[in-house]
Design a protein around this ligand. Structure first.
Ligand SMILES: *Cc1c(COP(=O)(O)O)cnc(C)c1O
Length: 401
């Protein structure tokens, strides 16, 4: 981010070479399937403006976003690209015309969405506008339920401007190594695909071109990946996989773990979150640290104040939990994390490397040490997705490669 006026030292470095590496690794794993780089949520907090063009340059066939608002943002600045944009959460009221004019592939599963897109197609003078049909194969979040599929397909006939271009669903437990939920979802998907293909044939319409299913966890599970590929091939559809977290360098955690290690071990973290030491102080035994004295020194300590707090997205749950890196050593958080500041214990770190202005790593590596989004997630009781997307917008994202 180009923000020369910002001097407060709390920033995130976005390694676009690592992003490109991860995409190439995913491409190898995906085989002949196409890839939609998931860049919703401001590219998982990594900056859509930086990551969308980088993902395209690295060969993403599609970009996937959550809304038409995000799709427009992803479409700017790259008019020459032939990668397409997939909108995952359906059209909202007023989105139809953008969908039609830009040719966004916006998933649909209910009548008001069909009406919205049909209106947009008419306003834009488009006929045969391609739309992906979303199926609910067990998550109960969005999509046409199996029991309603027939009547939904019939209702499509009153929307002559729309063509079913692809079919989508979402696996809700691809990180569960026993695969029981996923196998059931794939059976429902297989049944629904037969109904859709048969219905379109009877209506004299072309068969759907692609089948989009498979998040990061599914992609790295060869058994699931192979079943998805076979399912798509059985209807001569192209499989379109949708990696998100893996693109940003986090290997999905599969529980119980798969028997063999996966290619996910080769992913590289894209984001490093850094700050600097503001000041240093020594405190005597018995001194309190931070709000409500949740930490009291048992012996004399050396403390460093850092310029990052919960308003930057450093979870308040890291109070007295976890550590940052200072001079290549672990520096535990002590006392409560404040809004704009936190305190770390640097008693064990050689004094020569401690000074105001010294770099502190919140997420990333320094010396031989590394702090990952998984570490933060465990300390804060959440998942890496939320760690990344919680990093506040006031923290500038700076491209490095
Ligand atoms: C977010 C999302 C993905 C990507 O999931 P990851 O686990 O981050 O790879 C894929 N598909 C849909 C529908 C999503 O919402």
């Amino acid at each position: 981010m180009d923000s020369p006026l910002l001097t407060r030292p709390c920033w995130a470095e976005i390694d676009l070479a690592a992003l490109a590496h991860n995409l190439r690794l995913l491409r190898r794993v995906a085989g002949s399937a196409a890839l939609a780089a998931v860049v919703k949520g401001d590219a998982y907090g990594h900056s859509l403006a930086l990551c969308a063009p980088a993902a395209r340059r690295a060969g993403a066939d599609w970009l996937a976003v959550t809304s038409v608002d995000e799709a427009r943002a992803a479409a700017t600045g790259d008019p020459v690209s032939d990668s397409r944009i997939l909108v995952l959460s359906g059209p909202f009221s007023g989105d139809g015309e953008s969908v039609a004019r830009h040719g966004f592939a916006c998933s649909v599963w209910q009548r008001n969405q069909l009406e919205e897109i049909q209106r947009g197609a008419q306003a834009a003078g488009r006929d045969a506008l391609p739309v992906p049909l979303e199926l609910d194969t067990g998550m109960s979040r969005q999509g046409v339920a199996p029991a309603e599929l027939d009547s939904f397909l019939h209702s499509l006939r009153s929307f002559p401007a729309l063509r079913v271009e692809g079919v989508m669903t979402h696996l809700y437990a691809a990180d569960e190594g026993d695969r029981a939920a996923t196998v059931q979802q794939l059976e429902r998907l297989a049944g629904a695909l037969r109904v859709i293909v048969e219905h379109l044939r009877a209506a004299g319409q072309p068969a759907p071109l692609w089948l989009s299913v498979g998040n990061s966890a599914a992609i790295f599970d060869a058994a699931v990946r192979d079943r998805l590929a076979a399912l798509a091939a059985s209807h001569t559809m192209r499989l379109l996989l949708r990696p998100g977290i893996a693109l940003y360098g986090v290997a999905p955690r599969i529980e119980p773990p798969l028997p063999a290690p996966t290619e996910a071990a080769g992913l590289r973290p894209v984001l490093a979150w850094k700050t600097r030491i503001t000041s240093l102080r020594s405190i005597p035994a018995g001194a309190a640290i931070g709000y409500n004295a949740t930490f009291r020194a048992a012996e004399p300590m050396r403390l460093a104040l850092i310029a990052a707090g919960y308003a930057d997205g450093l979870s308040r749950r890291l109070s007295n939990v976890g550590h940052a890196l200072v001079a290549g050593h672990r520096a535990p958080f002590v006392g409560r994390v404040s809004m704009d500041q936190a305190v770390v214990d640097v008693s064990q770190i050689p004094a020569v490397s401690l000074a105001p202005g010294a770099e502190v790593v919140l997420l990333g590596s320094q010396g031989g040490q590394r702090v990952t989004a998984d570490d933060h997630a465990q300390w804060a009781g959440t998942i890496p997705w939320e760690i990344f997307t919680s990093i506040a917008s006031r923290v500038p994202r700076i491209a490095v490669d």
